[in-house]
Write a protein that binds this ligand. Sequence first.
Ligand SMILES: Nc1ncnc2c1ncn2[C@@H]1O[C@H](COP(=O)(O)OP(=O)(O)OP(=O)(O)O)[C@@H](O)[C@H]1O
Length: 320
Amino acid sequence: MNKDVMISVRGVKRSFGKLEAVKGISFDIHRGQVVGFIGANGAGKTTTMRMIATLEMPDEGDIYICGSDAVDDPNSVRSKIGWVPDDFGRYQNMTIVEYLDFFARAFDYQDQERKNRIQEVMDFTGLTKLKDRFIDKLSKGQGQRVCLGRALLHDPDVLLMDEPAAGLDPKARMELKNLIRILAEEGKTIFISSHILSELSEICDTMIFLEQGEVLHHGGAEELKRGAREGVSVLVKILNDPQVLENWADMNPGISLLDKTNKGGRLLFEQSSDDFLAETLKRMINEGIQVIEFTQEETTLESAFVDLLNQAEDKELASK
Ligand SMILES: Nc1ncnc2c1ncn2[C@@H]1O[C@H](COP(=O)(O)OP(=O)(O)OP(=O)(O)O)[C@@H](O)[C@H]1O
């Protein structure tokens, strides 16, 4: 196997009773990459992450972390990964420093080396000032930093983060993003799940989209936007009844209504050339539509994702 492949998932399946949560997915993640794992609720993200973290066994398929087999050699895998779950067990009457000390001992750090490592991790995650606070009394963001700190104690090459930004306020999200950026610069391979697309696109090199247990897309944000839809979306506001715009789009091949708004709607033009747009606008006006706004929209990651889902649904319907 290529030495640069840090996470390799090959034909992995996992069912719970009759429910096929993960349906034979495959992907590779390379050294130093920050990869977003995106999908709706129930898409199978946590199940996949838990299998990579050796907390769940696949029914079929293989998972390798830095070349070690997650099924046959889970202990070796555990020493190479840092697992940041979406929440963690908050023991009572235990301070942050005691908590980190417990795990540092489990990782076999001795004496001064242990103290130094805990201090480094607390400095990095901004926990030094809070070190004597009880972990069951921390805010969501502080708790998330403790989770990250614990995951970093043994200096793993691979970091798996399940919904790390969920429930954080904007400042805490920004701080988390900065920490992820620094870790990526240090060469760590980071795999992060989330439903928040735009947020991940800022920090991820590539994204893997999961839908009902299958990989729909694996690539960069720009690639996704390009591949999602041909043509261009235009927001049109009119003075007439919005129904007029829908009727007009129905009669014009190559133009369709993406969605209605209270003042018009978003149209999809199959051709995106400026000439075609200018010609169409002229024709709309000549045909009695009182256009007050005509704005070409950039494809957002969210709309690209929705288009991708629609395309997948259309394909499924066509195959039935
Ligand atoms: N232990 C389990 N027993 C039964 N069903 C499960 C179990 N774990 C997950 N599932 C089901 O498997 C599917 C995938 O769940 P999973 O938690 O992996 O999705 P997810 O993409 O992480 O969703 P979310 O964003 O809501 O966390 C869901 O339908 C879920 O109900």
